[in-house]
Design a protein around this ligand. Structure first.
Ligand SMILES: *Cc1c(COP(=O)(O)O)cnc(C)c1O
Length: 396
C-alpha cells in the first residue's frame, strides 16, 4: 500500500481554516440565463453581481449568431492556431475589434486572464523592470511574476510615486508600466493621460488592462483609450470579452509589431486552443451591435447614475466611483455579509466583499449595474436597500 500523502492532510487543514475564518467561498447555483433577474438557489432575484454590463450575455442577437456559426463551423477550434490553422471567424473578429478600437492590430485569447499571461512575459523578461499599480488585477500580477522581470509596485493611481520609482530604478533598459483601466473594487479610473505622459517622457512601454472599460467607457463602449482620446499612444491594451461583451474571451490590442510578437511568443496563444466558434460569433455580433448604436451603453450609464443618486440620497457612503461599479461602503465585514444576506432574503443579489479582496475595515457591498435593469427594477432595488440599511442602522 502506498503511504498517505501528507500534502492531502495539509490541504484539508487549510480548507478547515478557511471555513473557521469565514473565508471559504460558497458558490451559489444559478438556474437561468445571466440577466437583470436571475434564479439563484431556486429564488428569482434582482441581479447586481454580474459584470454583464450591457445585458449581452442573454441577448437574442448574440444567441442567434452563435447558433448560426455552430451550423457553419461546428464548436471547437481543434487545436492551437499555430498547429491546426486559424478559422476565418477569428480573423474577422480581430479585424473588427481593431477597427472598433482604432488599434493597429488585435489578437484574441481564451480569456482576459490568459491575455495578460500571453502579453506580459512576451514583452519583458529577466533583467527587465515592470512598474505596476499596487491594486492591479490578479492576472496582471501573475503575468508579471511569470515574466521574471523585476516588479516595482507604485501606490495606487499615484503618478508622483510612479515618477519617484522610475527615478530610483535607472539600471534597466527595457521597461514596462502596467495599470488596470478601471479598478473593479472601487470603480475608479486610472489617470491614463498622465501615465502616457510619463511613459513618453522616459521611453517606457505602457500597457493598460481595460477589462472593466471594454464596452463601458469611451464612445459606444470603445474603451479607456477612446475615453481619453489617446489612440496610438498606449502601446498595449489588454481587454476581455467576458464582461460587457457578455461572452468569454480575451484580447490584446496595440501596434502591429507587438501583436505579431505575441503570436510568436505568447505562451497561451502557442500552447492553448483558440476561443470556441460560438464565442467568437457572439463577440462579432456584439461588435456589430455596439457599432450600430450606443443605446445599451447609454442605458448602462443612466441606470448607474440612478442607482448612485438614489443610494446617496438614502444616506449611504458610495465611495468615489466614476464608473457603473458602485461600492456601498460598510467597513465591517460581518456587517457587509449580513447586509448581503438580508438583501438576498428580499430578492436582491449583491455580493459582500471583504479582506483579502479589499483592505481590512473597508468591507462593502459591490453593486454592479447593467443595461438589463428597467426603471422599475431600480426603484424596487432602492426600496430594498433602504429597508435593509435602516434595519441594520446604516441609514435612517
Ligand atoms: C476580469 C478581469 C480579467 C479577467 O478577464 P476574464 O476574461 O474573465 O479572464 C483580467 N483583468 C482585469 C483587470 C479584470 O477585471
Amino acid at each position: 500500500m502506498s503511504p498517505h500523502p501528507p500534502t492531502l492532510d495539509y490541504i484539508a487543514d487549510q480548507l478547515e481554516d478557511l471555513k473557521r475564518e469565514n473565508l471559504f467561498n460558497h458558490i451559489r447555483t444559478i438556474d437561468s440565463p445571466m440577466d437583470g433577474h436571475i434564479v439563484v438557489d431556486g429564488r428569482r432575484v434582482l441581479n447586481f453581481c454580474a459584470n454583464n454590463y450591457l445585458g449581452l450575455a442573454n441577448h437574442p442577437r448574440l444567441k442567434d449568431a452563435a447558433k448560426r456559426a455552430i451550423d457553419q463551423y461546428g464548436i471547437g477550434p481543434g487545436a492551437v492556431r499555430t498547429i491546426a490553422g486559424t478559422m476565418t471567424l477569428h480573423e474577422q473578429l480581430e479585424k473588427r475589434l481593431a477597427e472598433f478600437k482604432h488599434a493597429e492590430a488585435v489578437v484574441t485569447l481564451q480569456s482576459g486572464f490568459t491575455a495578460n499571461l500571453a502579453a506580459i512575459p512576451a514583452l519583458v523578461g529577466q533583467g527587465d523592470v515592470i512598474f505596476s499599480d499596487r491594486l492591479n488585477h490578479a492576472s496582471i500580477i501573475d503575468g508579471c511574476r511569470l515574466s521574471r522581470a523585476t516588479i516595482v509596485a507604485y501606490e495606487h493611481n499615484d503618478v508622483d510615486d510612479l515618477r519617484r520609482k522610475i527615478a530610483d530604478t535607472t539600471e534597466y533598459t527595457r521597461r514596462l508600466i502596467i495599470s488596470d483601466g478601471v479598478f473593479s473594487m472601487d470603480g475608479d479610473i486610472a489617470p491614463l493621460p498622465e501615465l502616457v505622459a510619463v511613459a513618453e517622457e522616459h521611453g517606457i512601454l505602457l500597457m493598460v488592462d481595460d477589462a472593466h472599460g471594454e464596452g463601458v467607457l469611451g464612445r459606444g463602449g470603445r474603451g479607456i483609450v477612446d475615453h481619453f482620446g489617446l489612440h496610438g499612444r498606449v502601446d498595449v491594451e489588454v481587454g476581455t470579452m467576458s464582461k460587457a461583451f457578455g461572452v468569454v474571451g480575451g484580447i490584446v490590442a496595440g501596434k502591429q509589431v507587438i501583436i505579431d510578437w505575441i503570436k510568436q511568443r505568447g505562451r497561451p496563444f502557442l500552447f492553448s486552443s483558440a476561443m470556441t466558434v460560438p464565442d467568437v460569433a457572439a463577440c462579432l455580433e456584439a461588435v456589430d451591435l455596439l457599432e450600430s448604436s450606443d443605446d445599451l451603453v447609454s442605458r448602462l450609464w443612466s441606470n448607474a447614475e440612478t442607482m448612485k443618486a438614489g443610494l446617496r440620497a438614502l444616506g449611504f457612503d458610495i465611495g468615489s466611483s466614476t464608473t457603473p461599479i458602485i461600492p456601498l461602503m460598510l467597513g465591517d465585514v460581518g456587517l457587509a455579509r449580513e447586509f448581503s444576506r438580508r438583501l438576498f432574503e428580499a430578492d436582491v443579489f449583491a455580493m459582500a466583499i471583504g479582506f483579502p479582496t479589499v483592505a481590512k475595515g473597508k468591507a462593502r457591498i459591490r453593486v454592479m449595474n447593467t443595461a438589463a435593469h428597467t426603471p422599475a427594477d431600480l426603484e424596487e432595488a432602492l426600496a430594498i436597500f433602504q429597508q435593509v440599511g435602516s434595519g441594520l442602522g446604516v441609514v435612517r
